[in-house]
Write a protein that binds this ligand. Structure first.
Ligand SMILES: *[C@@H]1O[C@H](CO)[C@@H](O)[C@H](O)[C@H]1NC(C)=O
Ligand SMILES: *[C@@H]1O[C@H](CO)[C@@H](O)[C@H](O)[C@H]1NC(C)=O
Ligand SMILES: *[C@@H]1O[C@H](CO)[C@@H](O)[C@H](O)[C@H]1NC(C)=O
Ligand SMILES: *[C@@H]1O[C@H](CO)[C@@H](O)[C@H](O)[C@H]1NC(C)=O
Length: 359
């Protein structure tokens, strides 16, 4: 891994970090009707209709749990499409967890950091995901997935959620590569990655089993997206092509995860208790133009620092921008070096609906 790439990883990791809009609630109800209508037509109603969504993981699912003082997700122009100002989401708008909540007809669950200010939202579940984190220690001193689950257990112990609640709930778990970024940052070798991947998937397995053993009815776990296609990997090549060396390692991660999901389902004696949400194929399909939405320059990010030492959202002491922003974020798949735009997530989500129907 080149030094430049590792630098880019740093930028991503610096990218660490409510606004529960009433307009969002209208949006969701609208979509719920739409979804049921659609499902009725295609006769794909599933028996399970969760009442709550609980979210664990990183920036692909975080809706506001990073610290305002230190996170790019709380800086302009993050959030400019939705909710119209920075909200702690690592995108110009909605992220994966918002789309999944919407699919289930739920309001996107309140971030853990804000739950005491929004008790009326507790009925939709809660989002514990924190940008920059992983299953192990990363470069941010923020709650890893184990600690996120501990926080959830504490709320159960305090009676905020009950066993009965969990029996009608679904969990979404994302793990988007921060463990691997941190390892490379610490000068770990590419040759050593397969061993770390094996350990990380083993820890992820422990985590999702733990969530299920609390009584959670269903667990949707995200596969790893093609890291070799992220702008932070492709910028030395002017965002022209994905790095296949990296993507082959991602495939290894996903094969292990897929085997784990099959094993856990065999133990649970139910093939749909754990469902793998395939971000690898869905990202690649959108990137290679076989999805429903084609992006003209799919590997090019919308928002990027003016040089390798700056990131989207950076400003100087006079307030002048140290980043460049594209003219139309809805025309771009990637928002920054690591994260899709809202439009990008929407295109990916469209390809995931059939997977979610398995839950
Ligand atoms: C892909 O990434 C690896 C690891 O960072 C690097 O060694 C290799 O040169 C990259 N390949 C291309 C084609 O950029
Ligand atoms: C998660 O973080 C806690 C607190 O920093 C730490 O004690 C624990 O070892 C971490 N878990 C893993 C699996 O690395
Ligand atoms: C990684 O290697 C670079 C270049 O050799 C060095 O400057 C840096 O201190 C090393 N980082 C760590 C965490 O060891
Ligand atoms: C596009 O991506 C999908 C999903 O990975 C793959 O099945 C398909 O072969 C790809 N098509 C092209 C033209 O690369």
């Amino acid at each position: 891994m080149s030094r430049k790439t590792v630098l880019a990883f740093d930028i991503l990791l610096l990218c660490l970090l409510t606004i529960l809009c009433r307009s969002s609630s209208l949006h969701h109800h609208h979509h719920r009707r739409h979804r049921h209508h659609h499902r009725h037509e295609t006769r794909t109603y599933t028996a399970f209709q969760p009442t709550k969504l609980f979210v664990f993981g990183d920036s692909y699912a975080d809706t506001g749990n990073t610290l305002k003082e230190s996170s790019t997700a709380w800086k302009v122009p993050y959030g400019e499409t939705f909710p119209g100002k920075p909200s702690g989401r690592f995108s110009d708008g909605r992220v994966l967890s918002d789309f999944v909540a919407n699919y289930f007809g739920l309001i996107s669950p309140i971030p853990y950091n804000f739950w005491k200010d929004g008790e009326s939202y507790l009925k939709y579940g809660m989002n514990f995901a924190v940008g920059g984190t992983g299953v192990f220690e990363t470069l941010v001193p923020l709650p890893n997935m184990t600690v996120q689950i501990d926080m959830f257990i504490q709320l159960i112990d305090e009676g905020v959620y009950s066993k009965t609640d969990l029996q009608s709930s679904v969990a979404l778990v994302t793990l988007s590569g921060n463990d691997y970024n941190a390892y490379l940052h610490r000068n770990g070798s590419v040759e050593g990655l397969p061993a770390l991947i094996t350990e990380a998937v083993a820890q992820l397995t422990v985590n999702i089993e733990r969530i299920h053993n609390l009584g959670m009815k269903k667990v949707a776990v995200a596969g790893l997206q093609p890291l070799g296609c992220l702008p932070l990997m492709t910028y030395p090549d002017a965002f022209q092509r994905c790095n296949h060396t990296i993507n082959d390692l991602v495939v290894f991660h996903n094969q292990l995860l897929s085997a784990t999901v099959a094993t856990l389902n065999a133990v649970a004696k139910d093939s749909s208790t754990f469902v793998l949400v395939d971000l690898y194929d869905s990202f690649l399909s959108v990137i290679n133009g076989t999805g429903s939405t084609a992006f003209a320059n799919p590997l090019q990010p919308c928002c990027i620092g003016i040089d390798a030492s700056h990131s989207c959202g950076d400003i100087d002491s006079t307030g002048a921008k140290l980043y460049e922003l594209c003219a139309d974020q809805a025309a771009m798949f990637f928002w920054d070096l690591f994260h899709p735009t809202q439009q990008g997530w929407k295109a990916v989500y469209n390809l995931l609906e059939s997977t979610l129907q398995k839950l």
